[in-house]
Structures are given as structure tokens and as C-alpha cells.
Design a protein around this ligand. Structure first.
Ligand SMILES: NC(=O)c1ccc[n+]([C@@H]2O[C@H](COP(=O)([O-])OP(=O)(O)OC[C@H]3O[C@@H](n4cnc5c(N)ncnc54)[C@H](O)[C@@H]3O)[C@@H](O)[C@H]2O)c1
Ligand SMILES: O=c1ccn([C@@H]2O[C@H](COP(=O)(O)OP(=O)(O)O[C@H]3O[C@H](CO)[C@@H](O)[C@H](O)[C@H]3O)[C@@H](O)[C@H]2O)c(=O)[nH]1
Length: 533
């Protein structure tokens, strides 16, 4: 009986191995992890991740040919094929901090495989890694090989969360990269035979190791680039009166472009896109390609711009202050049908609003209060480490409450922000929500979920990404430039105790554009009324 072991029982390791076990009953599959709570959860009724269809698959195989265990070394030692699906976070310190992939967990897994193995093995890179990682891993595996041979393969995973089971059952492609040697080809064939149990042969692509490793980073960069492109268009739509849904529909009808991944949003999130593009940027820089690095970095810059733009739209629309105002946040996960909050745009949006002293009332059907509190207290990139190694955050934020449904979140709120496109948000009773809110009642739809016209008729002031602006919002700035912000905040300090008219003239001088003058004048009036102590 062939034995497979997967190191890392996470969003990739768990579902991927469950499908292999389901489709290959004659193969014994063990999923191992250093985290005891995670393995306990895989062995319980409450799986550690929410993924439609996953429960069913696990129930069919667990205890038959699918096992979850903390006995990492035993299962690695016994396996013929070892998948490695551990975290590959962005480095936060040292060389390449903020960009390069941190291969600590991968390296420690590779050293452990080398140490405990007593028979030859195929080692499969399932984690997303920098191109050329296989070369480094080969060196680690063979440094004390005791006469054992290891073949390393790259088999990147392309599943998306929320549709993982569907993606695994019917993948667009399975990619296997190996050494172009007789032993390498034999290892590729062995892995191909596993997938051939359910994936048509023409969808199993073989490539050299470096092409396979790079294809994973390239695919994510291309996908994220489409979102940043449509999000860039959404800003232009708001400025011109075009409608981003109509624009992306028209663009996507071109068969050379295609309709997928053209939904404008508050920004992309998830554990992969940002991390993998930063990794790609670093690889380009290391290979002496600064222009290529700059090109891909722009995808991230545009994503950050989109999140900032959303926060600024909320604050500027609500008379330039959200201090002590209750704002309902509907949706916290990075997309629908998952409870995953890694790099969710909701974190940046909530932190932006908290920075302006808002009171947040958050509802997400799949995310727990403790997770939300943890996410809002964590440092950038800290999330991507095994749970027990993550730094424990400060105590809960008082300005944040997490509630059980959308109606509780929106009661007495000044504004609603929709940050995840959960289906249930489409069919809420918005009339009831409006009736129970403070007036004017604002909706900021970061996912284009609501019917804008209908909501406006109910009385809401509506902002929806890339849609025509509500008359109420037309004279409010979408995004103050860094220079405008600096001027405003510098003057906010200066105006205390000085002649107001003189300062107003200074404002108007520095900001020559007519509409800016108007906004600054309003802002100035607000300052003079409220902000002198
Ligand atoms: N999440 C996705 O949708 C997705 C899709 C494709 C590829 N990937 C890539 O797959 C890899 C894993 O992602 P994930 O989302 O499953 O991460 P995850 O954090 O959910 O799971 C990783 C698991 O590895 C365990 N681990 C870390 N070091 C270990 C070690 N030395 N021994 C045993 N267990 C160890 C951790 O405890 C954790 O449970 C990453 O490289 C990611 O970029 C993720
Ligand atoms: O038109 C779109 C499509 C997606 N998103 C957002 O983009 C992010 C990522 O979505 P998605 O790609 O569906 O989910 P992931 O699970 O992050 O999957 C991506 O990242 C995985 C990890 O590498 C890859 O395996 C997948 O192929 C790749 O789609 C989410 O915040 C979405 O809301 C948009 O804003 N607009």
C-alpha cells in the first residue's frame, strides 16, 4: 500500500489530502502538524476550517484511509511520498524584510525529513515557495542522506478558498515539476499516477522544476493584477459617472480577456496574493530586474490605495468625522464562503475607522469575536505563522463589538459598511435596517452587493464602489492627497488661537482647485465649530 504523508494540516494540506484519500482508496494518507489543537479539531466534529463540502469528504474517509496526527516523525518515516504544505510567511526582519518569503518552517520540515527517513522518498513542494527553492531543499535533504535518495517535485496548489473542494475535484490543471533525469521522470510519473485517479490526463501538466515554482507566483500575480486593474477603473468611474459593472462586463466580453476576476471591490485579501506578489517582487530585485519588480509592486500599491480610498470616502462623507459614531461592519472574512480573515481588507478598513475614533459593530456569519479582536490587534504579517507561535495580542479593543446578526450590528448605527459579499447580505430587509438607523443613514458598499437605486429610494445615502455618486456625496473628496492631508492637519494645529480668516486664506492659497476650496471651507467651518480643545 502506497503511503502519503502531508506535513501541515492547514487550508491546503487538509482539503487536498482529503480529496486524495477520497479518490484513491488504496492509498493511506496521513496529515500531520505540530499544532495539537489543529489536529484535535481535524479529528473532531468541528473541523478547523470552514469550506463548503469539506465535512462530507472528511467524514467519508477519516479513520479508513485518512488520518490526522501530531506524530509527525512516525508518519514521515513511513511515507513513500511526503507533501510539504507548511506556512511560507513574508519575512518581517532581516534581509528582504517585508517582501521575501520566510522559509523557516519549510527548512525545518526538510531537515526533519532528512533526519527521520530510513527509506527513499519523493518530497513534494505543496507550499508556495520562491523559484529555485527546490535546489536549496535538495541540498538540505541530501546533506546526510545515509544512502537514501530523495526526489523533489514542485506541485503548487491552485485551489481558492470557499471553492476548495470543487477546485480540487475539477482542477483547471495540476502542475508537476521535476528534475529532467530518469529518477526525476520516475518521480513525476508516480505523482501523476496519484492525480490520474480523477484528473483527466490532458489536465496534468509536467514542467521543469523552476517553471512549476514560478508558474504559481505568476498565476497569483496575474489574477491580482486583474483586480487591481478593475479597481483602478472603479476610481475613474466614480470621477466620470461611468459604472464599473458595465465597464467590466463590456471588457470581459472580449474572449481574449474573459469575464472572471473583474469584480471591483474594496480590495483583494487572503493569505496568498499580497504575500506571493511581494515574494515575486523580491525575486525580481534579487535577479537585477528593478523595472519588473516595480511593475508588480504596483498591483499591491493599487490595492492599498483602494482600501484607503474606501476609508476616506466613509469619513469624508460623514462630515469629515466618524468619532464616536456607530458604524456597522457587515462581513469580515476576506471573501464569502470562508471563515478565513488572513489579510482581509476588513482589517485595514476597520483600523482606518478606529483611527478616526469610530465605534464598530461587526457581524460576519463565519468569523468569531476572538478572531476579529486578534486580527485588529496583530502586526502586519504576524498572522502567517503556526497558531501557537503567533504573538499574543493586547487586550480586546473597547471600540469594537462583535454581534450575532446584521440587524443587531446596524441598530442605531450612523453607517453600514459591507466588506464581504456574503449572499445573505443581498436579501437583508434594508427598509427595516434604514428605519432603525440614525439619519442621514449611510451605506458604503465595498462589494457591490446592494441594489443602489432601491436603497436610495428608501432614503439611504449610498456609496457603492465604481458606481455613480449619490448627489449627497458629489462635493465630498474621494481621496484627499497626502499633501492636502498634511496641510489640513498642520493648519488644524496652527489655527488654535490664531486669526481664522488669515488661516482660511492660507488654505485657499495652497489648494487652488475650486472644488477643493469648497471642501476645505466646509472642513474649516467644522474645525472652528468643534475642534479647538
Ligand atoms: N490558503 C490557500 O488558499 C493556499 C492555496 C495555495 C497555496 N497555498 C500555500 O500553501 C502553504 C500553506 O498554506 P495554508 O493556507 O494551508 O497555511 P496554514 O497556516 O493554514 O497551514 C500550515 C500548517 O503548517 C503547520 N506547520 C508549520 N510548520 C510545521 C512543521 N515544521 N511541521 C509540521 N507542521 C507545521 C502549521 O501549524 C499550520 O497548521 C503556503 O505556502 C501557502 O502560500 C495556500
Ligand atoms: O473579481 C474579483 C475576484 C476576487 N476578488 C478578491 O480577491 C481576493 C482573493 O480571492 P480568490 O482568489 O478567489 O481567493 P484565494 O483563496 O485567495 O485564492 C487565490 O490564492 C490562492 C492561494 O495561492 C490560489 O491558489 C488561488 O488560485 C487564487 O485564486 C478576495 O479578497 C476576493 O474578494 C475581487 O476583489 N474581485
Amino acid at each position: 500500500m502506497t503511503k502519503i504523508c502531508c506535513i501541515g494540516a492547514g487550508y491546503v494540506g487538509g482539503p487536498t489530502m482529503a480529496i486524495i484519500a477520497l479518490k484513491c482508496p488504496e492509498i493511506q494518507v496521513a496529515v500531520v502538524d505540530i499544532s495539537a489543537p489543529r489536529i484535535n479539531a481535524w479529528n473532531s466534529e468541528q473541523l478547523p476550517i470552514y469550506e463548503p463540502g469539506l465535512d462530507n469528504v472528511v467524514k467519508q474517509c477519516r479513520g479508513k484511509n485518512l488520518f490526522f496526527s501530531n506524530d509527525v516523525e512516525k508518519h514521515v518515516c513511513e511515507a513513500d511520498i511526503v507533501f510539504v504544505s507548511v506556512n511560507t510567511p513574508t519575512k518581517t526582519q532581516g534581509l528582504g524584510a517585508g517582501k521575501a518569503a520566510d522559509l523557516t518552517y519549510w527548512e525545518s520540515a526538510a531537515r526533519m525529513i532528512a533526519d527521520v527517513s530510513k527509506s527513499s522518498k519523493i518530497v513534494v513542494e505543496k507550499s508556495t515557495v520562491p523559484v529555485k527553492t527546490a535546489e536549496a531543499i535538495e541540498r538540505i535533504l541530501t546533506h546526510n542522506s545515509k544512502g537514501i535518495s530523495f526526489q523533489i517535485l514542485s506541485n503548487p496548489e491552485f485551489l481558492a478558498e470557499g471553492t476548495a473542494i470543487e477546485d480540487l475535484l475539477k482542477p483547471d490543471r495540476v502542475l508537476i515539476g521535476g528534475r529532467e533525469t530518469p529518477e526525476g521522470n520516475k518521480a513525476v510519473k508516480a505523482l501523476k499516477d496519484v492525480y490520474a485517479h480523477w484528473v483527466p490526463e490532458d489536465r496534468i501538466l509536467c514542467a521543469n522544476l523552476w517553471s512549476a515554482e514560478l508558474s504559481k507566483l505568476a498565476a497569483n500575480a496575474f489574477l491580482a493584477q486583474r483586480i487591481s486593474s478593475v479597481n483602478a477603473m472603479s476610481a475613474l468611474c466614480e470621477a466620470t459617472g461611468a459604472d464599473v459593472t458595465e465597464v467590466s462586463h463590456a471588457v470581459g466580453k472580449d474572449t481574449r480577456i474573459g469575464p472572471k476576476f473583474l469584480n471591483a471591490s474594496v480590495g483583494f485579501g487572503g493569505s496568498c496574493f499580497q504575500k506571493d506578489i511581494l515574494n515575486l517582487v523580491y525575486i525580481c530585485e534579487c535577479n537585477g530586474l528593478p523595472e519588473v519588480a516595480h511593475y508588480w509592486k504596483q498591483v499591491i500599491i493599487m490595492n492599498d490605495y483602494q482600501k484607503n480610498r474606501f476609508v476616506n470616502r466613509v469619513v469624508s462623507s460623514m462630515f469629515n468625522t466618524v468619532a464616536n459614531k456607530k458604524i456597522a461592519i457587515l462581513g469580515f472574512a476576506f471573501k464569502k464562503d470562508t471563515g478565513d480573515t488572513r489579510e482581509t481588507p476588513a482589517i485595514d478598513v476597520c483600523n482606518g475607522l478606529l483611527g478616526d475614533k469610530a465605534q464598530l459593530s461587526i457581524y460576519d456569519p463565519q468569523v468569531s469575536e476572538s478572531q476579529i479582536q486578534k486580527d485588529l490587534s496583530m502586526q502586519k504579517f504576524d498572522w502567517d505563522h503556526p497558531a501557537h507561535l503567533q504573538p499574543s495580542g493586547p487586550t480586546d479593543l473597547k471600540q469594537v463589538s462583535v454581534v450575532r446578526d446584521a440587524y443587531a450590528a446596524t441598530k442605531d448605527a450612523h453607517a453600514v459598511c459591507i466588506l464581504t459579499e456574503w449572499d445573505e447580505f443581498k436579501s437583508l430587509d434594508y427598509q427595516k435596517i434604514y428605519d432603525n438607523m440614525q439619519k442621514p443613514a449611510f451605506i458604503f458598499d465595498g462589494r457591490n452587493v446592494i441594489d443602489v437605486e432601491k436603497s436610495r429610494k428608501m432614503g439611504f445615502v449610498v456609496y457603492s464602489i465604481g458606481k455613480q455618486l449619490d448627489d449627497f456625496l458629489k462635493d465630498m473628496p474621494a481621496l484627499l492627497s497626502r499633501r492636502q492631508f498634511t496641510v489640513i492637519f498642520r493648519l488644524r494645529t496652527q489655527v488654535r488661537g490664531l486669526y481664522l480668516v488669515q488661516n482660511l486664506n492660507l488654505f485657499l492659497e495652497v489648494l487652488p482647485n475650486e472644488s477643493n476650496k469648497f471642501v476645505v471651507f466646509i472642513f474649516y467651518r467644522c474645525l472652528t465649530c468643534f475642534s479647538f480643545n
